[in-house]
Structures are given as C-alpha cells and as structure tokens.
Ligand binder design. Sequence first.
Ligand code: DAH
Length: 341
Amino acid sequence: MSIKILIDSLHSILSQLESELIQVKTKDELEKVKASVVGRNGSLTSLTKELGAIEKSQKPEAGKAFNDVKNKVAELISAKLEEIENSGGKDSRGIDISLPGRSWKYGKKHPIMQTIDDCVAIFRRIGFVVAEGPDIETMYHCFDALNTPKDHPSREKSDTFYFPDGRILRTQTSTVQIRVMESQEPPVRIIAPGPCFRPDTPDATHSANFYQVEGLYIDKNVSLADLKSTLMYFAKEILGENVKIRFRPHFFPFTEPSVEYDFSCVMCGGKGCNVCKYSGWLEISGAGMVDPNVFRNVGYDPEVWSGFAWGMGVERITMIRHRISDIRYFYDNDIRFLNQF
Ligand code: DAH
C-alpha cells in the first residue's frame, strides 16, 4: 500500500467516525461505533497491518499519520462519552429515561365538601333541593327579616364582620331562607349549604369561617313531629341506624318554638365518654318552627302556611363522623391530613 492510500484511508476512517458520532445518543451505541474503528476487526485496527507494507523511508511519516488519527479517534470518542454522561441519560427524544417515573396524583374533595355532598344527597332523597345565597349579605337578610331585633347580640361588632357599606359576611345560612321565600311561593323544601363567618378566636372547636347546612320546609299543617322525623332520618343516614336524637328547648328569633338538637354520641353509644363530655349526647345545632313574623316579612300568610327550619354545623358533623379532634385541621391544607378522607 502506498503512503498516499494509507493516509487517505486514515482520513476517511476519521470522517466516517465523525459523521457516525453525530447519530450516537447512548453509551451502547458509542461502544458499537468505537468497536467498528478500534475493535479487533475495526477499520483502524485492520489498517495497522498495512503499515508493514509501507516503504521504509516513508515509515516515520506513515507512523505519525497513523498515530495522529488514532489519538484523534480516542479524543472524539471520549468527548462523545462525556457529552452522553452530561446529558443526564436523556434518550434521543431528550427524555431522561434514568429518572423514576412521575406518578399521577389524583385530587379529591375536601372532607368538609364530602360531608356537604352527603348531606345534599340525603336530603335530596326526601325531596329537598339545594338553594344558594350570597356570602356577603345585607343586614336585612341576615337579621331583620329573620326577626332579629337591632339590640340582638349577634349584630354586635364582636359577633359579625361588617363592610364599610353596611353589608356583612353572613353569620348564618338562615339568610338563604329569606332569599328563597322572597323569590317563590310556598310550598318550600330547600337545603342551603355554604360558608358562614364570625369573628371567633380559633380554638379546637371554633373558626372564624365555617360551614352550615340550612334547611327549610314549608307547607300546610307542618308540625314539630315533621321536624323531628326529618332530622331523625338525617341522623340515621349520616351516622348509622343506632343513633338517637333529642330536642332541648332553646331560643332563636326566627323560630317559635325553638330547639337545640343533639345526636346520641357515636363514640360511646350514649354511655358517656370524653368526646361527649360524659353526657352521652353531641350537640349539632338549632332548629324550630318558623316564626310567624318571618312569614310576614316575606309576604307568606302565617295563618295558611307553617314550616320548620334547622341549621347544622358541617365541621361538627365531619368531626363526629371521622373522630377529628380539632377543627383547625380542616383549614391547614396539610395533605397528610386531607389524604385520609
Ligand atoms: N342560624 C342558627 C345558628 O347559626 C342555626 C339555626 C337555628 C338555624 C334554628 C335555623 C333554625 O334554621 O331554625 O346558630
């Protein structure tokens, strides 16, 4: 072989290698390309044999050319190896196949919303429909129309969030009773879930924002027995067959008579434990027969129509259902807590 042919061959090996390396993306591919040049049967290795056939006087030149190419080949291969390693194991699409896969995390409803959904489903089965009202309310809808006089403590600054224009963040979902009765003729059968706000200092059972589910049932000849059986039905559906219910006399401006109602303690079955403070009962909220003054305020004739209403704390029910000890867990947004429901 003449030196010219040898040098040409060396150069074509080099340029072939360069163009092949462009396509190389992985270490495996690089190994193959490397073997095809400097492996046992590689193109450069085979050329070594030809060195012997070069004329003696040209040997130094041939040897130098050979070594130059060999060094260049080594350089190109190690540069490519570095490139692959620095690419972080990305494949030809630029995807790093060495990383662990990303699993999908499914969102789910907040436990408060789950309870609201369950309440809605339970009352829907006996013919109630969902009604809504604004969170920012007029004093009229929150108090006056609900027969709550100007000197009532719930209207105090310390009990209610006021806006400069005189509107307020509603303190109770009872406002929705008024909005519904203003907008339709009886009979009425609604529940109104939603947020309420009071300037309470947070502790294990109080929060400045909380949820209620309000209910209102208006028809002819409605009695306290209807109220009790409706709440009884609800209690059994949400807490189980064995739950009992009791009424205690109370006062609310918008109902007469008014009661507070308790469910028997689901932790101890009514025997008494630290959750029910050894009373056997869990306080849920208030209820009563709609006060005739409320009917007059919305233009319903109290001589014709009668009805009952109730409100309940959604957090309270959720805490009982899931045995949660502190209301503040609901608002911390701690995924470890929320994931349990
Ligand atoms: N609004 C009352 C509260 O927030 C709860 C309540 C009591 C609602 C009696 C009613 C009711 O509809 O009739 O404490």
